[in-house]
Design a binder for this molecule. Structure first.
Ligand SMILES: [Cu+2]
Length: 313
């Protein structure tokens, strides 16, 4: 009887394992089309740049999967484009000369990879000159949510912030390499995107209720400059380096985000009063060029803000 019970338990355990794998590991299809379009870099919408994009937006849309998922990706480069484009997912372990190779106008590229490492990863176009393709807007984030949540409390609100350098003359590749002539710091594609304090045309801010845990998935898509990310009038409750809960720091004022690094930042505002926080790149040359984001912690925060669709547009 004892042995029989053991056998039954073993079968149940194996069955549970299989069903768990079926439930948790899925294949996520992602298709992006390279689009060469003009886009505004300010809130008013009258300062345009000749952008190259994934799907017509800068940054490209966020991709979000669970650790262990398979990403089934297709890049379409329409014949109407003038340039080759490519996709480099930092969350993938593949062959740079194969999966990430440039795709000519009129062609497409399909590849798959398994998202084995949890975290916040940049993606970008890797076609040459790569500096130009990133400066023109071909970048975004892929979030790989961790399986192990024990050191990763549930967030009440989640936002994506992607910072980048704006060069009005992206035809001057040498200036991009020399880091000269950059005129703006873009947050999700616009200067002072969520900062009505410094830019009266800004209509959006990040929101939460007092005491809520706000999680920011941050990517530094700058060409050359690191980002000194600091919440003015706040402290990062936790910083997950690389967005991986195994790499956690507590009580941080400023965390330096390398170029092409993605990190997760948690902030919890005081419970007993409404407060405002300005999330800045404390390198002032970047802050005053547009890298300031207001987070309002108020009792009447929009219940939809930072939930479901991440803030990015
Ligand atoms: Cu490109």
């Amino acid at each position: 009887m004892h042995t029989f019970k053991k056998a039954i338990l073993a079968i149940m355990a194996v069955a549970a394992l299989f069903s768990a794998q079926q439930v948790f590991a899925k294949t996520v299809k992602v298709t992006m089309t390279a689009k060469e379009v003009d886009l505004p870099v300010n809130n008013k919408g009258d300062e345009m740049m000749a952008a190259w994009t994934f799907d017509g937006s800068m940054p490209g849309k966020p991709v979000r999967v669970n650790e262990g998922d398979t990403v089934d990706f297709t890049l379409i480069n329409p014949a109407t484009n003038k340039n080759s484009h490519a996709m480099d997912f930092h969350a993938a372990q593949v062959d740079v000369l194969n999966e990430f190779a440039p795709v000519k106008p009129g062609d497409s590229k399909h590849f798959i990879f398994k998202a084995n490492s949890p975290g916040v990863f940049m993606y970008h176009c890797g076609a040459g000159p790569m500096v130009q393709h990133i400066a023109k807007g071909m970048y975004g984030v892929i979030i790989v949510d961790p399986k192990d949540k024990k050191n990763y409390p549930k967030a009440d609100r989640e936002y994506v912030l992607i910072q980048s350098q704006y060069f009005p003359d992206t035809e001057n590749v040498n200036a991009l390499l020399e880091n000269t002539g950059w005129k703006g710091s873009l947050i999700n594609g616009k200067k002072f995107h969520y900062d009505p304090v410094h830019e009266p045309n800004a209509t959006q801010v990040l929101q939460s209720k007092p005491g809520e845990r706000v999680r920011i998935f941050f990517v530094n898509a700058n060409i050359n400059n690191p980002v000194a990310l600091h919440p003015i009038a706040g402290i990062w409750d936790r910083v997950y380096i690389g967005g991986n809960p195994k790499n956690v720091l507590y009580g941080i004022q400023t965390y330096n985000v390398a170029v092409a690094e993605g990190d997760t930042f948690d902030i919890v505002s005081p419970k007993d009063r409404p407060t405002n926080v300005a999330i800045v790149d404390h390198a002032m040359g970047a802050a005053l060029r547009g890298a300031i984001t207001v987070l309002m912690n108020k009792p009447d925060a929009d219940p939809k803000a930072g939930r479901g669709e991440l803030v990015i547009q």
